[in-house]
Design a protein around this ligand. Structure first.
Ligand SMILES: [Zn+2]
Length: 291
């Protein structure tokens, strides 16, 4: 039930932060358990948790009420009688006289806290970083904010909680945008019309609803010849070159499925090869080598 923190792999500052976190978590867990069992045990508060450090045996500063020297000492105080118990966790029941059920309950809370402390220690060693950004407008719950402000890694539970909050905030923001202001893809924003304008001279009426015009087909072939393989990029360039305006709500040009349709046909005719399929995201093609 006790996690001995390993100092060697952490800097002094990290160790100090981790010890602070450990203390906070232990007190919090104990406090929650005491509150849950208040009816059975009365008005007890967890009033201190101390770690005498790795040299606890020599120093002998912390003791159980029975006299045993401790590394980790827990202190509970009765709010009404001011009675105080100091103990090591293995003498919890002997010193307090709490029932088996209460002892098991406290153990459950402490185990959960210990798991989080271990995770945070492990993440400190691995130089864990958050992999997503927190929007400035997002109000964080106190617990998360204080962990992040302390420069400590989040536990897995906290990380999950945070990613959920960020996701929810983004979804709300997304919803509040009118459709035409939907962000268009990074590529399309940066597009610089490398491939010039379309040449409409050979254009005939497209045969089917998914057909590109002759000028557009020539443009697609030109891009494939130049080594561009992404149908997303090709469709984006074609959109700009033809001064088209129609987009789906996602911001993607309505030419995209037409380009894919055309390039799939080139594949069917043996003129192109599908290199990679990223599902709805993108499809990569290249021209077949002519033998
Ligand atoms: Zn004892």
């Amino acid at each position: 039930m006790e996690v001995a923190l390993v100092t060697e792999e952490l800097t002094e500052v990290q160790m100090k932060k981790l010890l602070g976190f450990q203390k906070k978590k232990k007190i919090e867990a104990f406090q929650l358990a005491l509150a849950e069992y208040r009816d059975a045990i009365g008005e007890w508060d967890m009033t201190n948790f101390q770690d005498a450090g790795p040299r606890w045996r020599e120093i002998g500063a912390l003791k159980c009420d029975c006299g045993k020297v401790l590394r980790y000492q827990y202190t509970v105080t009765n709010r009404l009688t001011a009675e105080i118990h100091n103990f090591g966790i293995y003498h919890l029941q002997a010193e307090t006289g709490f029932s088996d059920q209460v002892i098991r309950g406290i153990g459950k809370y402490l185990n959960a806290a210990d798991r989080e402390i271990e995770e945070v220690e492990q993440r400190l060693k691995e130089n864990w970083r958050l992999t997503f950004e927190i929007p400035e407008s997002l109000e964080l719950p106190d617990e998360l904010r204080s962990t992040l402000n302390d420069g400590l890694p989040l536990s897995k539970r906290e990380e999950k909680q945070l990613s959920h909050l960020v996701f929810e905030a983004q979804r709300q923001e997304w919803r509040s945008l009118p459709p035409q202001r939907m962000p268009i893809s990074e590529y399309e924003r940066k597009s610089i019309n490398l491939f010039g304008e379309l040449d409409f001279t050979n254009d005939t009426k497209p045969i089917g609803p998914f057909d590109l015009k002759e000028s557009e087909k020539a443009f697609v072939i030109g891009m494939l010849e130049s080594g561009c393989s992404s149908s997303m990029v090709i469709a984006g360039e074609l959109h700009n070159a033809g001064h088209y305006t129609e987009r789906f709500l996602t911001g993607r040009t309505k030419l995209y499925p037409l380009c894919v349709f055309y390039m799939d046909r080139l594949v069917g005719e043996g003129r192109a090869v599908l290199i990679q399929d990223f599902g709805l995201q993108d499809r990569m093609y290249k021209l077949a080598e002519i033998k």
